[in-house]
Design a protein around this ligand. Structure first.
Ligand code: C2O
Ligand code: CU
Ligand code: CU
Length: 537
């Protein structure tokens, strides 16, 4: 066990060692006996992944203003449906001051434009692919019919690209006879018949999700309803979406990524030192490096998403004189909690979201509040800052009851219990990340469940694995054989398994029948096999 507890090594050495261990089977042992060791291991979670080092000059922290992604205007609203159009295209943007960075974008911006929706009001998005490779759009956290859920082989092919179903070499040479490919455009339909929350859309192409997100294919989608509006939480300019993502920059401003095929056309995967995940040394919030935002001395609602491929954060809000402000959690991945939960620091794994209220009223005017990452070191310790600009009247409040519609499934409701392991292993003669010993195969059905069934899943991990289910939200029942942690509250769609840890989740598979997915949301793990099919019949 001591492998996890010594001083945090640099990422490269750590990966090499983990690789060695996993082949020797030692991590499997950690996972099996992990119930008692999990807590010890979790005290000092090792990084999962290796960090790239930027060559471009980096700005000092808290200089660049925080951008707010533009809210997309619908092309039409006839028939009670909001119709949007997004063109996926290459562009360049000034992320580091004075440097142009080539990006793959949704509609020319990174993050992509934000879509704002009302619960139960359907949305269609026509995506047009003008990028040089096939793409797939997934609305993460969406309760979406399978045909619009962005299955990794349901490609939108660019103009001259040959049909993939017949020819392309996927990892392991697998084909998917059920793939539904379109050329140039595809209409995605999102009924959004779900609890209001912060969703995000991102690329989900087979084998190449991680580098596509890294290049910029990610955006926010907020769902609201009248009940949430009526709570009186901070709103308007006092509600801020914060998409946190790490990246690294080459000397010429390009985003560096250790892809085996830098064109992302044929050969998937990353170079050996990065098999456990790709970390950048620059922390972006809404696409800006270590930004700063001016606030009134009042409460703000922060809608935080970790859109990083592999980096975990443990966030704190720290004043100039070293005080930690409360992070009052009002919502989780899948919407409002029953009641607020107060944190002083908050872990956030890739793809997780937290809906937070932070009160700047007792920070002196002119003072600064830094958002820091306790898991970072050097420059990756800083995330962003708020500068308190002026006193103002606080219109926002936090009601003691936030929602009353959270599902309350009990263990006894479950018609079955499944055990699923998330571990390193061999795949195609190389390193892979496996669920229950198997790498992803679109042609295989891993889990079949009936629409409406309640199930308990026991998930066990070797290293950090943020496990995500498509279609459904779930509740965390236990962690390491103990009650869930404070940040497990509410309805989740991604649960962060810590090294050696087992967790139980409970959910009801309702909404739609069809082929869905569950997978690790460390995007490199996902691309290297750690994904499985969920068939709802
Ligand atoms: Cu965020 Cu399968 O996705
Ligand atoms: Cu998802
Ligand atoms: Cu993983």
């Amino acid at each position: 066990m001591s492998e996890h507890e010594d001083d945090r090594p640099d990422g490269v050495r750590e990966v090499a060692r983990r690789h060695f261990l996993s082949i020797g089977g030692a991590l499997g042992l950690v996972a099996f006996t992990g119930l008692t060791t999990a807590h010890a291991l979790a005290r000092r979670p090792p990084r999962t992944g290796a960090e790239l080092r930027s060559e471009a000059p980096l700005p000092p922290p808290f200089q660049v203003p925080l951008p707010i992604p533009p809210v997309l205007r619908p092309a039409g609203t006839a028939g009670g449906v909001d119709r949007y159009e997004i063109t996926q295209r290459e562009t360049t943007a000034e992320i580091l001051p004075g440097v142009r960075t080539p990006l793959w974008t949704y509609d020319g911006t990174f993050p992509g434009p934000t879509i704002e929706s009302r619960r139960g009001r359907p949305v269609t998005v026509r995506h047009r692919n003008e990028l040089p490779v096939p793409t797939v759009v997934h609305l993460h956290g969406g309760r979406t019919p399978a045909a619009s859920d962005g299955y990794p082989t349901d490609l939108v092919l660019p103009g001259g690209w040959p049909a993939v179903r017949s020819g392309h070499h996927h990892m392991g040479g697998m084909r998917d006879p059920r793939a539904v490919e379109t050329r140039l455009t595809r209409d995605y339909t999102f009924p959004l018949d779900q609890r209001p929350t912060l969703l995000w859309y991102h690329d989900h192409r087979m084998d190449f999700t991680a580098p596509a997100i890294w290049r910029g294919l990610a955006g926010l989608h907020i769902v609201r309803d009248d009940a949430e509006d009526a709570l009186g939480l901070p709103s308007g300019p006092r509600e801020l979406p914060l998409m946190i993502a790490d990246r690294a920059f080459g000397a010429d401003g390009t985003l560096t990524y250790p892809a085996l095929d830098p064109a992302l056309r044929e050969r998937p995967g990353v170079q050996e030192p990065y098999l456990a995940g790709v970390l950048g040394d620059v922390i972006l919030v809404n696409g800006a490096p270590w930004p700063v935002h001016e606030v009134d001395a009042v409460q703000y609602r922060l809608r935080v998403l970790n859109a990083s491929n592999a980096r975990h954060y443990e966030l704190e809000a720290v004043t100039d004189d070293g005080r930690r402000l409360d992070l009052v959690q009002v919502g989780a991945d899948q919407g409002l909690l029953a009641a607020p939960v107060v944190h002083t620091s908050l872990p956030i794994a890739p793809a997780e979201r937290y809906d937070l209220v932070v009160d700047f009223s007792r920070v002196p005017v002119g003072g600064r509040v830094r958002i820091v990452n306790r898991l970072g070191s050097g420059r990756t310790r800083d995330v962003m800052a708020f500068r308190v600009a002026r006193k103002a009247k606080d219109g926002g409040r936090i009601p003691r009851v936030l929602s009353t519609d959270l599902p309350s499934w009990r263990r006894s409701d479950a018609v079955r219990v499944r055990d699923l392991s998330f571990r390193a292993g061999r795949m195609d003669g190389g390193h892979g990340w496996l669920i229950d010993g198997k790498p992803f195969d679109p042609a295989r059905t891993d889990v079949t469940t009936r629409l409406g069934d309640v199930e308990v899943w026991r998930l066990v991990a070797d290293v950090h694995h943020p496990v995500h289910l498509h279609l459904v939200g779930f509740r965390v029942l236990s962690r390491g054989g103990r009650p869930p942690l404070p940040h497990d509250a509410g309805l989740k769609d991604t649960v962060s398994l810590r090294p050696g840890e087992a967790a139980e989740i409970i959910t009801r598979f309702d909404g739609y029948r069809g082929r869905y997915l569950f997978h690790c949301h460390n995007a490199e793990h996902e691309d290297m096999g750690m994904m499985a099919n969920l068939q709802i019949v």
